[in-house]
Design a protein around this ligand. Structure first.
Ligand SMILES: NC(=O)c1ccc[n+]([C@@H]2O[C@H](COP(=O)([O-])OP(=O)(O)OC[C@H]3O[C@@H](n4cnc5c(N)ncnc54)[C@H](OP(=O)(O)O)[C@@H]3O)[C@@H](O)[C@H]2O)c1
Length: 270
């Protein structure tokens, strides 16, 4: 299937490693020009270099940018630099790190505020900064796409991840609202909900559980895998494949959806 991504311009946030890097890689392999950001110059430059080392990705196809997505001015500047460099913006992938774990009554008001800044407000800021360019791209090049990274916890909250549960639900509400407002302009808005996927974030969560419960890493991983219809941990490339489809020309009649890539972890009907 031709995804129609050749020479499209994408911005992927939180992309020095993990799910963001995998999404940036997949879009670049499909022929898109990709700006990728993280908070750290060395890490994001290394990520861009590692992508351009791949056979079918060229150096001028990837643009590493330093940007903390909780810093509005930095987000505005990064989006502008993307458009200045590549001439347009067709695809926005929102993403950032995850908030700390903890049950609802274990985390402080400040931690709730920080989680909302990191995962909800960063999404709003990225979309707000990108929308004028996405509208232009949709008007001149037929369509534009927003894909937001959330979590399975948005559909089926995980008791030990109260901060994530709270912030992701906000993103889902924002995505659905935004989809209704920008559809007539030719922009689709969808969310991708990863389940347990092999990244440093998952390693950090395993460390916390190991410290709290004394369980071995194998036991922790088996517990996670056994919650799924497909009894294993997911790979970042499996998340990235869903992002690439939702970014593609072929996903033209798909908007306002919450797309789980969770190995069948969710036990809800819809
Ligand atoms: N992996 C999973 O199993 C899983 C499941 C459900 C949901 N999620 C969620 O999906 C998102 C990505 O997960 P992941 O597993 O890829 O996490 P990860 O391995 O921790 O990677 C996070 C990425 O985001 C960047 N980042 C963190 N804070 C940032 C900020 N304020 N501004 C810009 N970039 C920032 C990091 O780069 P720098 O450190 O260089 O800034 C890194 O590139 C997280 O929100 C996570 O909670 C993950």
């Amino acid at each position: 299937m031709d995804f129609g991504l050749t020479d499209r311009v994408a911005f992927v946030a939180g992309a020095s490693k993990g799910l963001g890097r995998a999404a940036a890689r997949e879009l670049a392999q499909e022929g898109a020009k990709v700006a990728l950001c993280s908070r750290d110059r060395e890490r994001i430059t290394a990520a861009a270099r590692s992508l351009s080392d791949e056979d079918n990705i060229t150096e001028d196809q990837v643009l590493p940018l330093v940007c903390d997505v909780t810093d509005e001015a930095a987000v505005d500047a990064a989006i502008e630099e993307t458009v200045d460099t590549f001439g347009a913006l067709h695809v926005l992938v929102t993403n950032a790190g995850g908030p700390p774990s903890g049950r609802a009554t274990d985390v402080s008001r400040d931690e709730y505020r920080e989680a909302l800044e990191l995962n909800l407000m960063s999404t709003v800021t990225l979309c707000d900064a990108a929308l004028p360019h996405l509208r232009t791209a949709a008007a001149t090049d037929d369509h534009a796409r927003i894909i937001m990274t959330t979590s399975v916890s948005a559909k089926q909250p995980i008791p030990s991840l109260a901060l994530s549960n709270t912030a992701r639900a906000g993103v889902q509400g924002y995505a659905k609202s935004l989809a209704a407002d920008v559809g007539a302009s030719g922009i689709t808005v969808n969310t991708v909900l990863p389940g347990y996927t092999r990244t440093d974030r998952l390693e950090d969560l395993a460390d916390e559980i190991q410290e709290r419960t004394g369980q071995s890493r194998d036991e922790i991983e088996s517990d996670w895998a056994d919650q799924n219809a497909l009894p294993r941990i997911g790979e970042p490339e499996e998340f990235a494949a869903a992002v690439a489809f939702l970014a593609s020309a072929r996903a033209g009649y798909v908007t306002g959806t919450a797309f789980p890539v969770d190995g069948g972890r969710g036990k809800h009907l819809l």
